[in-house]
Ligand binder design. Structure first.
Ligand SMILES: Nc1ncnc2c1ncn2[C@@H]1O[C@H](COP(=O)(O)OP(=O)(O)O)[C@@H](O)[C@H]1O
Ligand SMILES: [Mg+2]
Length: 579
């Protein structure tokens, strides 16, 4: 169901989240009814007071009125509490569920979609936009129901007291309704802008915080502040439009109601002069009539949060409606042998600049190590991402153990592949949990063994907590080699039959590279391995080397064969050797 550009559909869909909590919400509605009833009660009390005091001179009003006032306000307070608490409870549930769904959905979105997104915007949808939905689901809906109920109850009372006069009050309804419509439309437009600008604020802030070292070395603090100032100013400006519209709507509502009031006053005075309007009815009528405008004012005011919520809901549903990753075929696989075949593989990135891989064909036997080399941008990383289906081929097929990778269940397929790349991703957690990432079934002994084999223990031993030491923000307190060893331990623990090393040592200095190389050799043992490297020293020992150039295989062979062939590989090798 698409909800784009259709506010009612968005609202209905939001309501569908609240539906399971309908009972709780109805408790709130009971409170709203009680609250609305006390409004008419108060006006009735004024009438009763005027009648007892001025017309009847009844001494019982002396104590009855004060007691009734306190009693009425007690009921009113009860209605007030219930009408805020229970819808608030529902609202927070809805928000939590929506957040959870959005987060889970982010995890299931295809890589190709996420490539094209700004993470700051995705973050702010999760934090800010969902919060806006909450305001619409609670405050705005409470006000919508409660104030409408109050207005209706008061109008009924007014008609009951004097229908001729009440007609004047009704006259104000059409212009106010029209005003609300205009306000709604502009509020929704501004809300979308505000949300986008919140996304920009999050994006710029996230980039700046992530890049703190870069900013420092470039002395770019001013430059970043200016960038932030721009998005911050855009946010202020969009918000001011909302502030202006909502500030203006109040006085306009007041003005409209004043016309209605003026009419009522004129007619009622004439009726009083003609002795057709008793004084208690006059007082009661005015008490009730004066209670209507604050409700109208709130009703007009809620269109801000309401429209913000709808715009936010729309942006959140847009994400939820994005098709998730294809979960693959039904073919299960426990542990692959590890035969890989690329068969006439072609690939281009969606919206990319043309073909990245063209008609690639090669086979890798189980347990074999094949190196893929080539200039930067020749398509090595792309080639490797086709195996765990980060992307799907545009033509041809990638096969694992003789079956197209698309035939396997996606989880099963990915369980067969370990990926160690140049950029090590670590979480704000202990070293142990970073190694045992989603490895609930592994014992402490296995984790320790992996940590020892990858020489993580060596640098962890100096820390008082050992493997339980927490990492600072994404492992910034570790050296590049240490971080890489954690990711090697992670791969050792995963123990998958296929291994992809994508420039795993590219970020390391010579000495750590040599050390990490040993750990990698251990990791490669007994696995089918694709080694991607531009530093050719790391690929010389591979069983076979495939040389890529602009997405095509231009050479294959062993190190010696390729040197003898004196082609691109020999040229690349010569270049590095001379350097
Ligand atoms: N996510 C992406 N979206 C669009 N184009 C991409 C993406 N990743 C890489 N490319 C392009 O694909 C080509 C091959 O990139 P890549 O496979 O990363 O090369 P290599 O790993 O050999 O350096 C490059 O031209 C690059 O610009
Ligand atoms: Mg690469």
């Amino acid at each position: 169901m698409s909800t784009r550009g259709n506010p009612w559909a968005v609202y209905r869909r939001l309501l569908s989240y609240a539906r399971p909590h309908l009972g709780v919400y109805l408790l709130g509605v009971l409170g709203m009814m009680l609250y609305a009833a006390t409004e008419a009660g108060l006006a009735g009390l004024v009438k009763f007071f005027a009648r007892g005091t001025f017309l009847k001179h009844d001494p019982t009003v002396l104590w009855l009125i004060p007691v009734a006032v306190v009693g009425l306000f007690l009921l009113r307070g009860l209605g007030d509490f219930t009408s805020n608490y229970f819808p608030g409870w529902v609202g927070r549930r809805v928000i939590k569920q929506l957040r959870q769904e959005v987060f889970s959905h982010y995890l299931r979105l295809p890589t190709s979609f996420l490539d094209g997104q700004q993470s700051g915007h995705l973050l702010s949808k999760l934090t800010y936009n969902t919060e806006m939905v909450s305001a619409a689901a609670t405050n705005a809906s409470v006000s919508l129901i409660r104030d409408s109920l109050s207005v209706i109850v008061l109008l009924v009372y007014l008609f009951y007291l004097n229908w001729r006069l009440a007609f004047f009050c009704i006259a104000a309804a059409p212009p106010i309704g029209w005003l609300m419509q205009v306000a709604n439309r502009s509020f929704r437009r501004y809300s979308t802008r505000i949300q986008n600008s919140m996304g920009d604020i999050t994006r710029v802030a996230k980039e700046a915080i992530d890049a703190h070292r870069l900013i420092k070395i470039f002395n770019a603090e001013e430059h970043q502040s200016e960038r932030f100032e721009r998005v911050n100013e855009a946010n202020r400006a969009s918000n001011m439009k909302l502030v202006f519209a909502s500030a203006l709507s109040n006085p306009v509502v007041q003005l409209i109601t004043s016309f209605a009031l003026a009419g009522v006053l004129y007619v009622s005075e004439r009726q009083v002069f003609a002795h057709r309007l008793p004084i208690d009815v006059f007082f009661g009528f005015f008490a009730a009539a004066m209670m209507v405008p604050p409700h109208l004012r709130r009703l007009v005011n809620i269109s801000g949060p309401l429209q913000q919520g709808i715009a936010a809901g729309e942006s959140v549903f847009e994400i939820l409606d994005q098709a998730p990753e294809n979960r693959g075929g039904g073919l299960p696989i426990e542990r692959a042998r590890g035969e890989i075949e690329f068969r006439n593989v072609c690939f281009d990135y969606a919206g990319g600049k043309g073909p990245v891989l063209q008609d690639l064909s090669f086979r890798v036997q189980a347990g074999e190590t094949v190196a893929i080399v080539g200039r930067s941008g020749s398509g090595k990383t792309t080639l490797a991402s086709l195996l765990p289906r980060f992307y799907d081929v545009s033509g041809g097929a990638v096969l694992l153990d003789g079956h197209d990778v698309r035939e396997y269940r996606l989880e099963d397929l990915r369980a067969q592949v370990s990926l160690v790349s140049q950029e090590v991703v670590l979480f704000n957690d202990t070293i142990r949990n970073n190694i045992a990432f989603n490895a609930a079934g592994k014992t402490d002994a296995e984790i320790l063994e992996a940590a020892r084999a990858a020489n993580v223990i060596e640098f962890v031993a100096q820390q008082p907590l050992g493997l339980a030491s927490p990492l600072a923000d994404r492992g910034q307190n570790l050296s590049g080699g240490q971080r890489q060893r954690i990711s090697i331990a992670r791969a050792l623990l995963k123990d998958s039959p296929v291994l992809i090393l994508d420039e795993a040592t590219a970020a390391l200095d010579n000495e750590s590279e040599r050390r990490v190389q040993q750990e990698l050799a251990l990791l490669m043992r007994g696995r089918t391995t694709l080694v991607i490297a531009h530093r050719l020293s790391t690929v010389e020992n591979a069983d076979r080397i495939i040389v890529l150039d602009r997405g095509r295989i231009v050479e294959t062979g062993t190190h010696q064969q390729l040197l003898a062939a004196d082609g691109l590989y020999a040229a690349l090798h010569g270049m590095q050797f001379n350097a």
